[in-house]
Design a protein around this ligand. Sequence first.
Ligand code: AP5
Ligand code: ZN
Length: 214
Amino acid sequence: KRIILIGPPGCGKGTQSPFIKEEYCLCHLATGDMLREAVAKQTKLGLEAKQAMEAGQLVSDDLVVGIINDALKRPACAKGFVLDGFPRTVVQAEKLSAMLAKHGQEINNVFNFDIPDSVLEERITGRWVHLASGRSYHSKFAPPKVAGIDDVTGEPLVQRKDDNVEVLRKRLDAFHTQTVPVIEYYTEKHKVTTLEANAPTSEVSRQIERALGF
Ligand code: AP5
Ligand code: ZN
């Protein structure tokens, strides 16, 4: 299975990914997580991406397409993958189609997380993340066992630099202008399942299960 998750900041892409990954033994490719890791390690890639990310803008298509092109070569991704946060421009979607076509592959499912902008602020401002693993918590909706501590590793949780109201507005603008056309791109190819994402986490998982035919 080759699956794409599309939706605005805070819609639940990162929350649903581990569930899909485990059910299907797929590799999880989250461009946001990979870029944050590069920023933390101060690699060349990280230095190029940092400013745009902190301003809530998209980083360049070439940069993220390069990351995905490398990641898709991993043996673990041969069986299939869940793409979280990619593609988010039509150029990225076209490049992905071309990369897959080279190996006679294509995308099987695109999930469009439908959710009103108005509920995203509370989700984003209450989020706490474990940077090394990409695990997310929420102070109200999904609290860790001990406040500020990752359940699995016992390491501290942090808030993302772009998780504030001002930058969220920029990220939402980028979503509506640059990423909504990607949903249209896949709708023309008849691959999109729209999820009612303003629902409890387990209910969103059930909608995904139904579409994947568990
Ligand atoms: P990225 O990391 O992809 O951020 P994003 O798209 O803004 O999405 P988020 O991670 O904020 O939301 P999510 O849907 O994963 O929400 P989550 O499940 O954590 O990208 C960051 C930046 O990197 C971009 O701005 C850009 O600069 C750059 N970038 C990345 N990819 C790029 C690309 N392809 N091209 C160019 N630039 C790129 O949930 C949020 C919170 O809500 C959590 O606390 C969670 O616990 C809670 N929650 C989740 N589901 C529910 C629910 N059902 N009910 C209640 N609470 C819930
Ligand atoms: Zn995410």
